[in-house]
Design a protein around this ligand. Structure first.
Ligand SMILES: Cc1cc2nc3c(=O)[nH]c(=O)nc-3n(C[C@H](O)[C@H](O)[C@H](O)COP(=O)(O)OP(=O)(O)OC[C@H]3O[C@@H](n4cnc5c(N)ncnc54)[C@H](O)[C@@H]3O)c2cc1C
Length: 390
């Protein structure tokens, strides 16, 4: 089989890779979008709860969410693509000891253009039945909400294809080597080995981004972390219109999903790595703070078959890596751009990332959002951690 050459090879056909392929192809570059799975969105993107919110602590993450919301609008207006966005809102419950800091964060979010309302604790009962013990109040983002990850990836794949990108599924990247002018990549479909060469690789392999880096001899500090989401049995009318509610004192969250609820709480002791399967022993640590805050939850059953798990793709400071790899930056050889490590926010930030990666590929820097906080070399300075991670 002959070797095919493209300008940009995007590895990973999830929310991030499909966004990058679409935006690179939209600029007229020859693009190949490649995934080992037989269908798009087979990695973490299919496991996402589809949440999108601007209520982050770091300005850069707020900017990513706002740009992504603009992109959703643009996909609809310009291309007629519906990604299933619904502004159901995010309600963050804040304990007394964090209230002052949180109000400063809300001020920052508003200055950046995010819609955020402040709600005192005596008004919370109007929104949801809960115990307000220890809470000073909440913030509510009315434009925060959810989208459908499958609709999003399908739309972006369609648009990438419409702009001339080729989509290669069922092809696992097994080797990556570098010549003076381009990358040489071997892929396997189980029986046959194929080869492709590229001037630029975009690493959008989600939780596997570190492995893709290893194949090329590049260090990409992204590690998988198992996370699960629980589905409830059917709930009553009153609980079918709930926004995403996060009790930031415990990390417990819930939201309505049709006639049911999605709920969960991240396990702080979950070690990094490809651990698989549901972590059922953790369930009691989810329910205990959940029932304390929402006593009616004690009467709601868990749909164990409908619940699921997947991998977050963690970096040391819980913010993504977007940009040129330092080992290829500035030399005359082929380029490598990482778009990975979204630490559980990759679906919501994928739309913005596609644009930024295309801008970096075209020039050297991004224009729509300053990606300096997401550069590789930042991890030595330990002051950059995103705080609003659940
Ligand atoms: C339970 C759960 C809930 C979540 N909820 C949210 C949420 O509400 N909002 C949000 O924004 N995010 C959420 N996330 C996080 C979100 O799912 C991820 O951040 C996002 O999907 C990352 O997208 P991606 O395209 O980078 O990676 P992926 O979707 O994982 O895509 C990477 C792709 O790379 C491919 N690949 C890997 N290795 C190779 C190889 N060697 N060769 C070829 N292809 C390869 C994989 O097959 C995969 O398809 C959640 C995650 C989980 C697990």
């Amino acid at each position: 089989m002959g070797t095919r050459h493209v300008h940009a090879l995007v590895i990973g056909c999830g929310a991030v890779g499909s966004a990058c392929a679409f935006r690179l192809a939209e600029r007229g570059l020859s693009v190949m979008l490649l995934d080992r799975a037989p269908a798009p969105a087979a990695g973490s993107s299919s496991k996402s709860a589809g949440g999108i919110r601007a209520q982050f602590s770091s300005a850069a993450n707020v900017a990513m969410s706002l740009l992504s919301l603009e992109c959703i609008d643009h996909l609809s207006q310009e291309y007629g693509e519906d990604v299933g966005y619904r502004a159901i809102g995010y309600l963050l419950l804040i304990p007394e000891e964090h209230w002052d800091d949180h109000l400063h964060t809300v001020e920052k979010q508003r200055k950046l253009g995010a819609q955020v309302e402040v709600i005192q604790s005596d008004r919370l009962q109007d929104l949801v039945s809960l115990e307000t013990n220890g809470l000073a109040g909440a913030s509510f983002g009315p434009a925060d909400g959810i989208l459908d990850p499958h609709w999003l990836v399908s739309a972006q794949v369609r648009l990438a294809r419409r702009h001339g990108a080729s989509i290669m599924l069922g092809q696992s990247v097994t080797e990556i080597s570098r010549s003076e002018t381009h990358w040489q990549v071997s892929t396997q479909d189980g029986t046959t080995t194929s080869r492709v060469t590229a001037d630029l690789i975009v690493n959008a392999a989600g939780p596997w981004a570190g492995q893709i880096g290893d194949l090329a001899g590049l260090s990409v500090p992204v590690s998988p972390k198992r996370t699960m989401i629980l589905l409830s049995d059917e709930v009553g009318e009153k609980q079918r219109q709930l926004p995403m509610i996060i009790d930031t004192s415990s990390g417990f969250y819930l939201r309505s999903e049709g006639h049911k609820l999605l709920f969960g709480r991240s396990n702080p002791n979950q070690s990094l790595g490809f651990h698989s399967g549901m972590d059922w022993p953790w369930l009691e640590h989810v329910l205990q703070p959940g029932v304390e805050r929402f006593p009616w939850l004690a009467d709601v059953g868990v749909d164990t078959r409908g619940s699921w798990w997947g991998y977050y793709e963690m970096t040391p400071d819980s913010s993504p890596i977007i940009g040129e790899h330092p080992d290829t930056l500035g030399d005359k050889g082929p380029r490598w751009i990482d778009a990975c490590g979204f630490s559980g926010h990759g679906v919501m930030h994928s739309l913005a990332t596609g644009l930024l990666v295309a801008e970096i590929a075209e020039g050297d820097t991004s224009r729509s959002v300053d990606t300096t906080p997401f550069r590789h070399g930042r991890f030595e300075q330990r002051n950059n951690r995103e705080l609003n991670v659940y």
